[in-house]
Design a protein around this ligand. Structure first.
Ligand SMILES: Cc1cc2nc3c(=O)[nH]c(=O)nc-3n(C[C@H](O)[C@H](O)[C@H](O)COP(=O)(O)O)c2cc1C
Length: 333
């Protein structure tokens, strides 16, 4: 029997407060085009996580793979916040057969000792961000890569590090994906909506996060269709390491788990001074996704490619991308 449960009986009001804090922490989660496609429903001792269909990108992500993955990141952020506040919570993924958009429910069970990893992760949540500047410096150290890989694996997802000789193939798959997407006017309109002046307030990718000119890379980053205001050097991205996040089945529960794994890996990377840029174009286009699958010897289904690199502490900080107000993300019963 857990003696903590006996010595610290659950106080319902404190538990509800902890869940509200967890939903607030989840608001910092990264998402495809910063769409934040989730909504929490808070009751006394439970948080329910739902996918918001209206914030799925219908052209880029018609199956909702990347939206569900984004919701998984939010779920892991909430789990971290509960653990760091000293709560043991149970997670039920896909709890209702008839309600596919209900992705998870988090139920607070009892007080538990806080662990230092969750406390550190909670501190990292507001600092984690996407840094699209080139990473010309020192390659990611093997022990940092090992820590990130372990964090991913602990969430039932795998991370495959691509060999340098596979990067031209990755570049070709990414280039093919970006060209075929850009040829579609509906796709261009969707990208322009989420990355241009008409984007919803508190959502989408702002100019300050988009490079002010093309960066020198082997593997092309997202082509936003226009340049932004992020100051970038002329250095080549030569020290980047590319990894593939993958799982055993290509279905929603694995996409959700992959999001949780992305959160765990990205928070760990932040703590190790490693920058992360997701590359989802080669996942969005089926031919490119198949090429990535072949690159991991078909051992699983690829969900996201990540560029890892080390940041120069002397570089100025990248401004943070804003988020939707809490009342658009959290309902209280
Ligand atoms: C599933 C997913 C896919 C993403 N794909 C890309 C991408 O292809 N290229 C890119 O530059 N950023 C990508 N991002 C990063 C988001 O644009 C970013 O998380 C969002 O704008 C919020 O900014 P932040 O991470 O700095 O908080 C992706 C993020 C997620 C979670």
């Amino acid at each position: 029997m857990d003696t903590e449960a006996l010595t610290h009986p659950t106080d319902p009001e404190i538990a509800t407060h902890a869940l509200a804090e967890a939903a607030a922490a989840a608001g910092y989660a990264p998402s495809i085009h910063n769409t934040q496609p989730w909504r929490w429903r808070l009751t006394a001792d439970t948080l329910e996580l739902r996918l918001v269909r209206g914030r799925i990108l219908p052209v880029t992500d018609p199956e909702g793979r990347l939206a569900t993955l984004s919701c998984g990141v939010a779920l892991h952020h909430a789990r971290v916040a509960l653990a760091a506040q000293g709560w043991h919570a149970t997670v039920t993924r896909m709890p209702a057969d008839g309600e596919p958009d209900l992705l998870a429910s988090l139920h607070v069970e009892r007080r538990a000792p806080t662990d230092s990893a969750s406390t550190l992760h909670l501190r990292s949540i507001p600092f984690r961000h996407t840094d699209r500047r080139p990473v010309p410096g020192t390659p990611v150290e093997p022990n940092d890569l090992a820590a990130i890989t372990t964090a991913v694996q602990e969430q039932d997802t795998q991370l495959h590090t691509l060999r340098p000789d596979q990067l031209l193939e990755l570049a070709a798959a990414t280039d093919h994906a970006q060209h075929s997407e850009a040829a579609d006017p509906a796709w261009r309109a969707e990208l322009a909506y989420w990355t241009g002046p008409a984007r919803p307030s508190g959502a989408g990718v702002p100019e300050t996060a988009i490079p002010q000119r093309a960066t020198q890379t082997t593997v092309p980053g997202r082509d936003f269709g226009h340049h932004g205001e992020l100051s970038v050097s002329a250095a080549h991205d030569k020290a980047a390491t590319f990894v593939v996040l993958y799982g055993s089945t290509d279905e929603p529960v694995s996409w959700l788990r992959a999001g949780e794994a992305l959160s765990a890996g990205w928070l760990t990377a932040t703590e190790h001074g490693v920058s992360v840029v997701p590359h989802s174009a080669p996942i969005e286009v089926i031919a490119a996704r198949q090429a990535i699958r072949a690159m991991i010897a078909s051992v699983g289904h690829p969900f996201l490619v990540l560029r890892l690199g080390t940041t120069d502490p002397a570089d100025p900080a990248v401004p943070h991308t804003s988020r939707l107000p809490a009342d658009q993300l959290i309902d209280r019963a």
